[in-house]
Every structure is written in C-alpha cells, then in structure tokens.
Design a protein around this ligand. Structure first.
Ligand code: NAG
Ligand code: NAG
Ligand code: NAG
Ligand code: NAG
Ligand code: NAG
Ligand code: NAG
Ligand code: NAG
Length: 811
C-alpha cells in the first residue's frame, strides 16, 4: 500500500509542472506548462529574443525556443504574474496580477463540459470533454496562425462568412505582434497563394495546378509523409498539407520570417537544430511583377526581363510618382479579334501569369478552352487548369504579368497573337534552319584565316617587344565631332565639374565615351599629353580603359571605352533596379573595385591615389563587372583660380576621410576610407550622404548595429540581396564584408588596412581584426575658410597643380 502511494506521489510530482488537460477553474501560471499527449508540443509563458515581455506560446518540446504560435501576440504582460484560465462557458482568458483581462477567446456555442487540450499537431483546442471530432471543436488555435504554417493548418477563405485563414510574420524577433508580411489566398479570379507586405503583393507562389502551386514544386520530401490538398467549393477555398503518418519523428514546418521570407525547416535530431530546407523566394524573379506586362523573367541572365513572343519593349519612361521605370511590352501586331482569325502560340515551362482576372472550369478540355477564349476579345491566354492530368480550362482576361521561366514541371501557356505574327514566327524558324546550313562552310575557311593572322601577329609583337605597346591614340577633332553628332545634347551622358561626357560611335562601329574637359583647366599641352600617356598605360580589367585623347586649340578631350550599364549608383540607389543586383553580384562588384584599387595603389608601375572613389565613378560592363573611372583626372584641373570648383571634383562629401576633409591630407588610406563607405552603400542600397541627420549617418548606423551584433540588419531587405535567404555561407560573407568596411572607415588612417590586406580579408583568407569606431565629420563643422591656400599648404607637395595632383610618384 505504501509503495503504491509513493508511486502515485511520484507520478504526481513528475506531472506537477506539465499539465495535459485544463478544465474550468484550472489555470496555468507563468512557469507552468501544458503538454500534448506524446509530449511533442508544450504551451507556456515565454519571452521572445531580447524582450522582457511575457507571452503565452506553443513550442516544440525538443526545441523550446521555436515558438510556433502566440496567443496574446498584441497584448504582452510585463511581469511574471500572468494567469491563463478556462471558464465554464469555454472562454479562454489571460489575466495579470491585478486581475485585469489582457486577452481572451470565446466560443460561439455554449459547451456543456469544456476542456482545453494541446494536441500533438500543435493545435490548441477548446472541446467537449468526451468529443474528439474536430468538426465539433468550440475553438482552435489553427484558425489563427501566427508565423508558422504547420501540417493541418489552412490558408484560405470561408466564402460564406468571409473569414480568412492566413499566416502573418512577427514584427521582429523580439516582438511577436503582427508584422508587415502575410501569406494569404488571393481569391479574385482563380485562387492563388501570395505573400503580401501590408496590402501590396510582393510574391506570388502561384495558382494551384492540380499538383502544387504553379511556379513552385513541392520539394522532394526526404520522408514522403506529406500530402498536399487544395480544396475549392461553394463554401470555402483553402490549401493545407498534412502528415499521413501519426507520431512521426520527422518534424517539418513552414515559417515566415519578419522580412517576409517563406522558409521550410526540418528538424535535425542528431545536431539538435533546424535546417533550412528551402526558401520560397528563391531568386530575383520571385519579386512580384519585377518585369512588366507581357514580359517573362529569367533569373539566369543579368537582364532578367524579356518580351514574350510577338511583343516589343515599350519605350522606357521614368515614372516620378513611384520612382520607377515603367517597363513592359506591347504587341508587335494588333489583334484582329472580331474577324476571328487570331491564333495561339504555345509557351512552355512557365510559372503561369497572375490570375487575379481569370476564369476557370475544371471539366472543359483544351480545345473547348481555346474556343471560349477566341469568343471574347479581352481573353489574352489560356491553359489547362490541371497541368499534370492536362484537364480543365483557365482563361486570362488581363495583361499577362508576373510570368517566370520555370525549368521544373512543364506548364504550358497559350498566348493570343495576331495571325500574321505566327506566320512571321514560322518564317523565322525555317530561315534559321537555312542559315545554319549556309554558314557551316565559310566558318572553316574563316577559322583558317584567323589562325594565320594570329601567327603573323605573334611574330610581329615579338619583333617589337621592346617598344611600348600601349600607344596613345590621338583622335582628330572631326572624327570625334562626327562620332558624337557634333556633341549633341541627345548624346550627352552626364555633366560634372570637369565638363561634359558624350556617347559616341566611331565609323568602325566602336562605341566610345568622350569626356570634354572644361576649357579653364589651365594645364599646358605637354603636361596634358604626358599625363594621358601615363593613364593610358594603366591596364586592368577593373579600370575603365582610356583609348586616347583629342586636342584642338585649348580644347582637351579624353576618349574612353563606353560601358552600357552606366554607373553603380544607377543600380544600387534605384528602388527597382536595386532588385536586379543580388548578393553574388554585389560581392563581385566589391571584390572588383578592391582589385582595381589595389592595382592603382600597388601593382601598376605608378602609385596612384584616386581621391574620388564613389558609386557614380564605378562603371559597370554588360556582365556587371565594375570598372573604376575618373582616376587620375582631377589633377588636370590644377590652377589657383579654380580651387573651389576643383575641390568638389576631387573629393565628395560622404566619401571623404576626416583627415582629408579637415586637413587636405590624402594617402592610400584615404582611398581605403572611401572604399569602406562604398562597401556599406553597396550592401545597404543607401547613400552615406543623404541621411537626413548627419550625426546619424550610414557609418554611425553600421557601427551601432555592429556593436549590438546585429550587423545583418544592415542588409537591404528590399534589394536583390534579400533572396539569398539565410544561407549560412552567404551570411558569413555578408558579415565579413561589413567587418572589412568598418576596418576601412576607422578614424586613424594608420589603423585602416591597405588594399592587399583588404583583398585577403574579403576572400576569407585572413582573420579579421575588430574595428574601432569609424571616423567621420559633419559637413557643417568643416571650416568655411577651407580655402585653396589653406588646403594646399597642408598637402604633401607644393607644385603648381598640387591641389588636384593624383599621381604621386612613379615607381
Ligand atoms: C528550454 O530548455 C532549456 C534547457 O532544457 C531550459 O533551461 C529552459 O528553461 C527552457 N525554456 C523554456 C521556456 O521552457
Ligand atoms: C457564461 O454565459 C452566461 C450566458 O451568456 C453568462 O450569464 C455567464 O455570466 C457566463 N459565465 C462566465 C463565467 O462568464
Ligand atoms: C494589469 O493590466 C491593467 C490594464 O492594462 C493595468 O492597468 C495594471 O497596471 C496591470 N497590473 C499589473 C500588476 O501590471
Ligand atoms: C511514437 O514514436 C516514438 C518514437 O519513435 C515511439 O517510441 C512510440 O512508441 C510511438 N508511439 C506510438 C503510439 O506510436
Ligand atoms: C506612375 O506610378 C503611379 C503609382 O504607382 C501610377 O498610379 C501611375 O499610373 C504611373 N504613371 C504612369 C504614366 O504609368
Ligand atoms: C464547365 O464546363 C462544362 C462543359 O462545358 C459545363 O457543363 C459546366 O457547367 C461548366 N462549369 C462551370 C462552373 O461553369
Ligand atoms: C469577356 O470576358 C470578360 C471577363 O470575364 C467579361 O467581363 C465580358 O463580359 C466578356 N465579354 C463577352 C463578349 O463575353
């Protein structure tokens, strides 16, 4: 008997803090928990992240920091005296120490004998004690998901009551209240799953194709235990996935993080951690409507948008209302429509267009679908509703938007075109075949010729080995005037303190950029030629190539290679194009600039201080490789009378190191400072200058986040970098770049690394020291009398063109 009592006592103690069921009158105090039958989930009080607030949440017992649901997400308790209780009416309520009601949930039917139970699915339910039928639950937490989408939850809408099931992200990792992002079912047209930021769609998972959502394949399950269901009837539309195996040791969940990324996690028991299995927003084409109407997005090329077959690009116009380029395509040949002669062109392997204005029928076949589309002039395309079984009909009545290439399962879309368009496509196809045959023979001949020429060239260069090979080309004025349409305004690319830049086309077809220098440069002819000769010898893939110059009277011009993608600032500071630059490209740009700068500082035969490194001086070639421009040019503006103007050209506020701004002292380390600022701008997509409060500029901001160990918060959440997800390799690379940037912008020049260490550090080949506080200055503190005399007298040398000298010493 005593043994038995001891046994019961033991059981009682074991279960004292982990209840399995709550009946009216019971309560859960802070510190106590409610557990599911198999102990998979647990409910209790917790504090998220660095917050001290208390919330009631449900978490996995194996991973008690992974909170999958929060009851009082908008109504936290500030101390440890919260109590959760159930009353006879089935109302669940949370009270604080003074018995004030903070949060409650009532049922709409009056129960007889209500109990509160946490199920092993993670669903918290109020039900009748002896009734386990889910249809009879009085209340369930699965109807009110937070940021986690668990097996068994729904996303969709009750079409009768209008009740919406959706998941919504936390505000931040410290604050579980509803943030900006949510995953919802858009039920206009044929339903589709979308991620919204506020009321704006930012990502479309797509419409149901009978198997999964168009544009997104259900990932191969390591353990094939899930089934995916899309239910659509008169009463409701929803999506749900379910585990077909009960009590499985395999745990997986979808969650939306505070910046709106939808990720699927898998629990790795052996490592006791969550592994990111996939991220829904996988690439830049995930950005909703990144391309315009009738454009298709392909993430494999730098220019991801291209027009659909039979469409031409609209002329680009800049919309100053939303600060974006209006893009998109228009029909090459108008539809006939009423004449009934329109045809359809089949596109394959697509994420189908936005279905917000579509119509569906699940029993029609493709032929009927086509006929129906032809009957309505506003019908632009059709497709099978069920892609796998090739049944049903889906019609589009709007401009086709948000289409992407999709290499997985084939999704076919039939787009409506004018009949003559299809003839044209057929003609091109057969012409292409003829051409291929015709070309075959001459290619062999040409190759032979090229080989001979190459050999000849080799002989020639060997012969002239000792001669300087990089000759300076002096272009004559007429050639340049002709190439630039007589320096027409239509050819003008930009203007700066130094003069204007024009685009030009030489007769041989080569594109050039012509920099026409202001006439008051005050430099002698020999000096100018001498400098140009030096610069022309700077050959590096990360420096803009100077072809030559042009001199006429007192007019001086520099002739450069033309780079179609213009400068970096056009990309990273532009709301839309910013999305085109993903992390890989950003890192490649940072690395390229570092290599170019290293060459200027150490590797070229000259030692060159750039002194005006900034985003607008980094040009991008068609592959987005960076090329430093404007190096060594500023010095040509020497002359005592133009200092004020020159000073602006030489340095740019926001990039200038403090010692340069205050004392005019410049060195390689002042370039390193500018480089550090540039890294931070590339990472954040924000200008250092342009912060409204100069005391709180980008450097200060970066430093503060760094000291709080939150430097990843710097990453531009709206830009292309967002889509790299939380790949640990990439986040390490991001943190490394931020660390290097902070080392570069330190106050004391001697603390800053030189460019060869910077490159080693970027490559991860060297350990990173901890940075000191960044150096900065406030523009308004600059001495107003920062006059030229003052400025030059503190410089390292005092020659006549001192103020702007760039090339310090030839090695
Ligand atoms: C989570 O588990 C750890 C270790 O098992 C424990 O120290 C901690 O108190 C738990 N936290 C919660 C909220 O239960
Ligand atoms: C339960 O509901 C009844 C009827 O609505 C109400 O009179 C009663 O006060 C409620 N009881 C509690 C504990 O809220
Ligand atoms: C309980 O909540 C009420 C209402 O929010 C508040 O006025 C009161 O100060 C709280 N009591 C404690 C002990 O926090
Ligand atoms: C549930 O799974 C665990 C671990 O795999 C196993 O020990 C237990 O017996 C299972 N219970 C049931 C009811 O299947
Ligand atoms: C410019 O953008 C605004 C806001 O998105 C939009 O309402 C307007 O129609 C656009 N203008 C043009 C000409 O497309
Ligand atoms: C779908 O098409 C079939 C065959 O044309 C028709 O009988 C049925 O009524 C249609 N259903 C709806 C919902 O329009
Ligand atoms: C064409 O389809 C649109 C959208 O469903 C509809 O509003 C319109 O009435 C249809 N026109 C004809 C002629 O059927």
């Amino acid at each position: 008997m005593e043994v038995l009592m001891l046994f019961f006592l033991f059981i009682f103690i074991l279960n004292a803090s982990a209840l399995k069921i709550i009946t009216p009158g019971d309560s859960i105090k802070d510190g106590e928990t409610l557990e599911s039958d198999y102990g998979i989930f647990e409910l209790g009080f917790f504090s998220p992240g660095n917050s001290n607030n208390r919330y009631i949440g449900i978490w996995y017992k194996t991973s008690n920091t992974t909170v999958v649901w929060v009851a009082n997400r908008e109504d936290p308790i500030s101390d440890n005296n919260g109590v959760l209780s159930l009353d006879n009416n089935g109302t669940l309520a949370l009270f604080n120490a003074t018995n004030a009601l903070l949060w409650s949930m009532n049922t709409w039917r009056t129960p007889r004998e209500p109990v509160l139970k946490l199920l092993d699915s993670g669903n918290l339910v109020v039900k009748e004690r002896n009734d386990d039928n889910p249809l009879n639950y009085y209340w369930e937490s699965f109807d009110y998901p937070c940021d986690n989408f668990l097996p068994g939850m729904k996303i969709g809408k009750n079409l009768v009551t209008g009740f919406e099931y959706y998941t919504s992200a936390w505000k931040s990792s410290d604050d579980p209240s509803q943030g900006q992002y949510s995953l919802r079912m858009d039920t206009r047209g044929f339903p589709q799953l979308v991620v919204k930021k506020g009321s704006e769609t930012v990502y479309r998972v797509g419409s149901w194709d009978g198997h999964f959502f168009s544009g997104r394949k259900p990932e191969e399950n390591p353990v094939p235990i899930y089934s995916y269901h899309f239910v659509m009837n008169q009463n409701e539309v929803y999506f749900r996935f379910r585990s077909e195996v009960l009590n499985s040791s395999f745990i997986s969940r979808y969650a939306m993080n505070p910046s709106g990324l939808m990720q699927r996690f898998i629990w790795r028991e052996e490592r006791r951690e969550w592994q990111i299995f996939s991220t829904a927003q996988a690439d830049i084409c995930s950005t909703y409507n990144l391309c315009g109407s009738y454009e298709i997005c392909g993430s494999n090329s730098f220019t991801p948008c291209s027009c659909l077959q039979g469409f031409l690009p609209k002329s680009l116009t800049f919309n100053s209302t939303n600060n974006m380029l209006d893009s998109g395509c228009v029909r090459r040949i108008a539809l006939d429509c009423k004449g009934g002669s329109d045809v359809f062109f089949k596109l394959t392997r697509l994420k189908l267009p936005d279905t917000w204005n579509s119509w569906a029928n699940s029993t029609m076949n493709l032929e009927q679908c086509k006929d129906l589309c032809l009957q309505n002039c506003s019908c632009t395309a059709y497709a099978n509703l069920n892609a796998k079984e090739r049944t049903g009909c889906l019609l589009w009545f709007n401009q086709l938007i948000d289409i992407s290439e999709f290499s997985e399962d084939s999704q076919d879309l039939y787009i409506r075109l004018a009949k003559s368009e299809l003839d044209e496509i057929e003609r091109k196809k057969s012409k292409g075949k003829d051409k291929a045959v015709a070309i075959a023979t001459p290619i062999i001949l040409t190759m032979g010729l090229m080989l001979t020429m190459a050999l000849l060239y080799k002989f020639k260069t060997n012969a002239g080995k000792n001669k300087e090979r990089m000759e300076l080309t002096i272009f004559d004025f007429a050639t340049i005037a002709h190439a630039t349409n007589n320096f027409s305004t239509a050819n003008k690319l930009g203007q700066g303190g130094f003069g204007c830049v024009y685009k030009g086309l030489l007769e041989e077809g080569r594109e050039i950029a012509v920099k026409r220098l202001s006439k008051d440069s005050g430099q002698g002819l020999d000096e100018f030629k001498n400098e140009v000769t030096l610069i022309v010898k700077l050959q590096h893939r990360n420096l803009v190539k100077l072809f030559g110059c042009c001199i006429k009277g007192d007019e001086r011009m520099l002739i450069y290679e033309y780079l179609p993608n213009k400068s970096l600032d056009n990309f990273i500071f532009d709301k839309r194009r910013n999305k085109l630059v993903d992390w890989q490209r950003r890192f490649n740009i940072i690395d390229g600039i570092a290599r170019g700068l290293l060459y200027l500082h150490h590797d070229s035969r000259l030692r060159i201080i750039h002194r005006d490194l900034k985003a607008s001086n980094i040009l991008l070639d068609h592959n987005m490789n960076p090329k430093i421009s404007d190096f060594g040019l500023a010095r040509m503006f020497g002359g005592d009378q133009t200092e004020d103007k020159t000073r602006r050209v030489v340095g740019t506020y926001g990039y200038m190191s403090p010692e340069y701004a205050f004392y005019g002292r410049f060195s390689m380390k002042s370039d390193v400072f500018s480089f550090g600022v540039l890294i931070l701008e590339i990472i954040t997509g924000k200008r250092n200058r342009g912060y409204s409060d100069p005391d709180n500029n980008l450097l200060q901001h970066a430093w503060r986040l760094w000291t709080e160990e939150r430097s990843l918060d710097l990453i531009d959440a709206d830009g292309g970098t967002a889509y790299t997800g939380s790949d640990p390799y990439i986040t390490t690379e991001m943190v490394r770049c931020i660390n290097v940037a902070l080392l570069c912008v330190q106050q004391r020049p001697e603390d800053r690394p030189n460019m060869s260490s910077v490159l080693l550090m970027l490559g991860g080949e060297s350990t990173l020291p901890k940075p000191n506080r960044p150096g900065y200055f406030i523009e308004k503190d600059l001495p107003p009398s920062m006059a030229a005399d003052d400025y030059t007298s503190r410089g390292p040398s005092k020659s006549s063109n001192e103020l702007t000298i760039t090339i310090l010493d030839a090695r």
